[in-house]
Design a protein around this ligand. Structure first.
Ligand SMILES: C[S@@+](CC[C@H](N)C(=O)[O-])C[C@H]1O[C@@H](n2cnc3c(N)ncnc32)[C@H](O)[C@@H]1O
Length: 285
């Protein structure tokens, strides 16, 4: 039986990590505060990456309570709950919404993609609010979305208390499939913001990324590593990735030397991400 995470005792009497400790290692800070990291279904450490199999709302709640301000930046690629004009169409499995019939069954389904727009907004505001509490003052958030969910995503960001700062388009190039008599759906978007004011200092990153979708993917919704590296180039660690999928952000963090916490709810995708990040670490050593 999988272990389920319980925070009841810790919610009644939270013991907070000292800020310097938590900043160095929020995942250990959770353990020291009695919010048992081992209470999540699986936890794996690979180099400076901590990979947790759990519902990210549980992990974000634990971090917000035990180690507030311990995360340097949040880069999220949540299920978009998109892909249809009506609530019924959006409730279909991801493979039917996002894949052409000849590619269906090539990748496993993934979790959490069935919400209608109202519940998507409520859920997004919830995870983003907890993510903000866990993030250092001035820290960055970037969260992926598509054209259909862009308005609710920027609403949720602000409901959660982040200062919404802009949109970074990801241009997937004309390699994406054409739609006759229409414009190609060629871009996805990263809505970004900060946890309060952010010092004007440090490197500058591009405001648009042109990178094609990876040819070989372990996950139906996998993004390119180069895109993640670009987005991370103005972020500080530890980087929290609440929706790890195949671990692309983890690979990019490893390449940039940033500590990483990745959370994935699905056992199959969690295993795939762990193997991918482990193999990447071994290849780099
Ligand atoms: C869009 S995919 C991420 C893809 C990833 N960026 C990549 O390049 O492989 C979103 C992932 O979030 C996971 N997920 C959905 N709801 C979740 C939740 N509540 N907690 C943790 N993971 C969740 C899904 O199973 C899915 O693998």
């Amino acid at each position: 039986m999988p272990q389920h995470h319980s925070l009841t005792a810790d919610r009644r009497s939270p013991v907070r990590a000292s800020a310097p400790d938590a900043l160095q290692d929020p995942a250990s800070a959770l353990g020291r505060c009695g919010v048992a990291v081992s209470g999540f279904r699986e936890v794996l450490r690979i180099g400076s990456a901590t990979l947790i199999r759990a519902d990210s709302l549980d992990v974000l709640t634990a971090l917000a309570e035990a180690a507030p301000g311990s995360i340097g930046a949040v880069l999220g690629d949540p299920p978009y709950s998109s892909g249809g004009a009506t609530a019924g169409e959006r409730a279909r499995p991801p493979s039917q919404k996002y894949q052409q019939s000849e590619y269906r069954h090539r990748h496993a389904e993934f979790a959490g993609d069935m919400r209608d727009q109202r519940s998507f907004l409520a859920w997004s505001a919830l995870w983003m609010a907890r993510a903000r509490e866990a993030t250092v003052s001035g820290g960055l958030i970037g969260t992926f979305t598509d054209w259909r969910q862009l308005p609710v995503t920027t609403d949720a960001l602000q409901v959660a208390g982040w200062v919404w700062r802009g949109i970074v388009p990801w241009d997937k190039t004309q390699a994406v499939r054409p739609t006759l008599g229409r414009y190609r759906t060629q871009a996805e978007y990263v809505a970004w913001g900060t946890n309060g004011p952010r010092t004007m200092a440090g490197p500058t990153a591009p405001g648009v990324y042109t990178v094609s979708v990876p040819k070989v993917k372990l996950h139906m919704a996998a993004k390119p590593v180069a895109l993640m590296e670009g987005l991370l180039s103005v972020m500080e660690g530890p980087v929290l990735d609440p929706f790890m999928g195949s671990g692309t952000i983890g690979l990019a963090c490893a390449n940039l030397g940033l500590p990483y916490i990745g959370v994935e709810i699905d056992a199959g995708h969690f295993d795939g991400a762990c193997r991918r990040i482990e193999a990447h670490g071994q290849a780099g050593e």
